[in-house]
Write a protein of this length. Structure first.
Ligand code: UFG
Length: 321
């Protein structure tokens, strides 16, 4: 298929673009490079530098079999301080994309949704049928887009799949996480190991978990990308399917720090700090639906392996490779 990957110069988008190419698809990346990097676009993939709101009509007029929409603002804290940036930047842009897809007859959409749609869960692991009560603006905007997609699929026959990511981690060779503002646990811990940060602040050790720190479901970015490859193939006209993507088991913040110590051989000083606002104690996915309906199975579930791939990436960047 000929596929447009918006946000394909970002972390998850670049890995997905690479895996789509390997699966035999023709891929074009559209990215405004506001947070992405031109050199993260896989070899042989055309990069169109531009804002979806300005250029999407012209781009889709070329003719595409589908769009994978990653381009978004994704900082939870920032979304609370500057909601307009998220409502316009995420929801407004997604509506512009949906309208352009209709206008140009682009039949398929895979959308990057998030576990943040669920908020504080009543049950763990979290199924797709769990109530959606986002605790932050970021999650609220992704949920709003999911609702819009449901309506467009039903009314206009769009074939759509939303994938709700839990904690994405790891790297794929030269494609990895390099955010100007880093908030995610594993890259922050690895910055300490590589000497660019002094120590880790572990946000809260009084949660009702085995060691008091928060539990998260860490999924390897390559497994996540492979779910997108399956999703674009499985998308069915008139349906909007929603799948959670995680490994189905969790690790505490302390366990993650310990795994990073073992992989890097660095002592990684870590202090307990106050809780971070809006952090649920435990977020673990039930990915049964993706396994059953997409035939997807995460292959890289070992935490040390996930950290090792992220560490290789961090080291290659800090050596300027
Ligand atoms: N954490 C620390 N210290 C840090 C950074 C994080 O202790 O320096 C803790 C957090 O408090 C949390 C865990 O590590 O308990 C994981 O935090 P991340 O920021 O890596 O990830 P989140 O679970 O907060 O965020 C993920 C996705 C978001 C999504 C959210 C849903 O990355 O996009 O899940 O709640 F919105």
């Amino acid at each position: 298929m000929k596929l447009l990957v918006t946000g394909g110069a970002g972390y998850v988008g670049s890995v997905c673009a690479a895996r789509l190419v390997e699966a035999g698809h023709e891929v074009v990346v559209l990215d405004d490079l506001s947070t992405g990097h031109a050199d993260a676009v896989p070899d042989g993939v055309r990069l169109i530098e531009g804002d979806i709101n300005d250029v999407i009509g012209e781009v889709l007029a070329e003719g595409f079999d589908g769009v994978l929409h990653f381009a978004a603002k994704s900082l939870v804290g920032e979304s609370m301080q500057d909601p307009a940036k998220y409502w316009h930047g995420n929801v407004g842009t997604a509506l512009t994309l949906l309208d352009a897809m209709l206008e140009h007859g682009t039949p398929r959409l895979v959308f990057s949704s998030t576990a943040a749609c669920y908020g504080e869960p009543d049950e763990v692991p979290i199924p797709e049928t769990a109530p959606t009560r986002p605790t932050n603006t970021y999650g609220a905007t992704k949920l709003a887009i999911d609702h819009a997609i449901t309506g467009y699929a039903a009314a206009h026959g769009l074939a759509a799949v939303s994938l709700r990511y839990f904690n994405v981690a790891g790297a794929y060779g030269r494609f990895g996480e390099r955010h100007a503002t880093e908030t995610h646990l594993i890259p922050i811990v690895l910055q300490v190991a590589s000497g660019t940060r002094e120590k880790v602040a572990m946000y809260g050790d009084d949660y009702p978990t085995e060691d008091g720190t928060c539990v998260r479901d860490y999924i390897h970015v390559v497994d996540l990308a492979d779910a997108h490859v399956k999703a674009i193939g499985a998308a069915t006209a008139g349906e909007h399917r929603i799948y959670n993507l995680g490994n189905g088991f969790g690790f505490t913040v302390k366990q993650v720090v310990e795994a990073c110590r073992e992989v890097t051989g660095h002592e990684i000083p870590a202090d307990v700090a106050p809780r971070r606002a809006g952090d649920p104690a435990v977020l673990v996915a039930s990915s049964e639906k993706a396994r059953t309906e997409l035939g997807w199975k995460p292959e890289r579930v070992d935490l040390a392996g996930i950290v090792r791939d992220a560490w290789e990436f961090t080291r290659s960047r800090s050596q300027g490779a």
